[in-house]
Design a protein around this ligand. Structure first.
Ligand code: EPZ
Length: 402
């Protein structure tokens, strides 16, 4: 059963503070990144209850605009609070984490969006500082369809008077989910999922009851794990249309993929054709599934070319896979992966969330035992990952990092 979308929840939960009454949000994944968001909301003064994947957020006590570094610095998505607090207090100060393993991840487009709506915004000493006497709707032209900049522009625009058009907007399922949540709060948001999102801001927002969309990347990770182990698996609670780019790639590799309603059936005989993959924004092949699929390609018949167009360094995990016998080399943002007969268990280290997932998939295919350190990354983004894989027959134990 797929859990609620991490990247949808990370955008929706800060948005709940904009309402003048409590929101009840269901299908919230119980993962460490969400726990950080809860800690930040409680620090700001909100009352939060979270149990059985249902979160109640009462924003009425929020009286701060500056979450501390020890909370906000843990995760990049905490900057989603900046436009929310800017709209509530006309200013916000949100510390940013450093770069991460997949790239330096600038936020110039977020700043561009806020400034287009009349804010002054800059990063000073690793803190995103913004302020605005008044936010006024305008056109925002993003240089690239940045997910973060689209989210932050949407969250700023709902507090701006007049109409905002976000051009070259990201179209990911979590963008659409945020738009649907804002609409359920009383906002006027049109066009999410297309290149142009039109928001008529300045409207009074109230709390809402909402259910988070299933996690597109968890769904894809489970599909790849099923194929990797020669499994015959039905993944439930999914949205097959969100998975079309991956399904097409798996079919090209010789994996059986079919779907009906909210169920995706994956079956494979572990005999994979090598394929070429190029990551793109939605509906293209998702960059977050590049690492899990690359693990599968290490045992495909032939040589695969993987081109990463979204992040500048998202191949470090291949060094770890080479310890397991994989044959790959990286030239700038392209990986050349030549399939090998088998992988062998080894001690490897996860350097980011999706790298961790790719190492688990490699370990499930390898002969012998693999010990993966750095699994804290995996716990940040996948709910009960080991339990779900065990239910499918995997021999996997999450032991303490010590
Ligand atoms: C979001 O990151 C996701 N995170 C990432 O998922 C995902 O990989 C990424 O979108 C792409 O889909 C969350 O939703 C919390 P971007 P984000 O802004 O918003 C460059 C995971 O594993 N860029 O679309 O940071 C940027 O450097 C995580 O769940 C600028 O140059 O992604 C990158 O090369 C990892 N300037 C590219 O655009 C900006 O202002 C895409 O970034 C913003 C981005």
């Amino acid at each position: 059963m797929v859990s609620g979308g991490k990247n949808a929840a990370l955008a929706i939960l800060p948005a709940a503070l904009l309402g003048d009454s409590p929101s009840v949000i269901e299908n919230v994944p119980d993962i460490d990144d969400v726990h950080i968001i809860v800690d930040i909301m409680e620090y700001l003064g909100a009352k939060v209850d979270f149990a059985d994947n249902i979160m109640t957020v009462d924003p009425l006590g929020v009286d701060k605009f500056n979450p501390p570094y020890e909370l906000a610095g843990k995760m990049r998505a905490s900057y989603y609070f900046a436009p929310v607090l800017l709209g509530m207090f006309k200013r916000a100060q949100v510390p940013l984490p450093g770069g991460c393993d997949i790239g330096n991840r600038p936020i110039d487009q977020t700043i561009k969006g806020m400034e287009a709506l009349g804010a002054r915004a800059e990063t000073l000493g690793g803190v995103l500082e913004c302020e605005a006497e008044e936010l006024i709707g305008a056109d925002i032209f993003l240089e690239m369809p940045s997910v973060g900049a689209t989210v932050n522009s949407m969250l700023t625009a709902v507090s701006a008077s007049g109409t905002t058009c976000i051009h070259n907007a990201a179209k990911e399922p979590h963008i659409v989910d945020l738009a649907n949540f804002l609409s359920s709060m009383g906002a006027s948001v049109k066009g999410a999922g297309t290149d142009v999102i039109r928001i008529r801001g300045g409207r009074h927002l109230h709390g809402a009851n909402y259910t988070v969309v299933p996690d597109q990347i968890e769904t894809g990770t489970l599909m790849i794990a099923a194929a990797a182990t020669g499994g015959d698996v039905v993944i439930t609670g999914a949205i097959p249309t969100h998975m079309e780019a991956l399904s097409a790639k798996l079919l090209e590799m010789g994996v059986h993929v079919s779907s009906e309603d909210d169920r995706i059936h994956v079956r494979s005989n572990r005999n994979f054709r090598a394929v070429n993959v190029k990551t793109q924004g939605y509906p293209g092949f998702p960059t977050d599934l590049q690492q899990p699929l690359s693990a599968l390609l290490t045992v495909a018949n032939g040589t695969s070319i993987v081109t990463e167009t979204i992040f500048e360094s998202r191949f470090r995990f291949l060094e770890e896979l080479r310890k397991m016998g994989a044959n790959s080399r990286v030239i700038e943002t392209t990986a050349i992966i030549t399939g090998v007969e088998r992988l062998v268990g080894a001690r490897v280290n996860a350097t980011d969330l999706r790298a961790g997932a790719s190492l688990v998939i490699a370990a499930l295919m390898a002969e012998g035992v693999t010990e993966i350190s750095g699994v804290g990354y995996i716990m940040r983004g996948y709910e009960r990952f080991d339990e779900k894989l065990r239910s499918l027959g995997a021999s996997i134990q999450h032991i303490s990092e010590e």
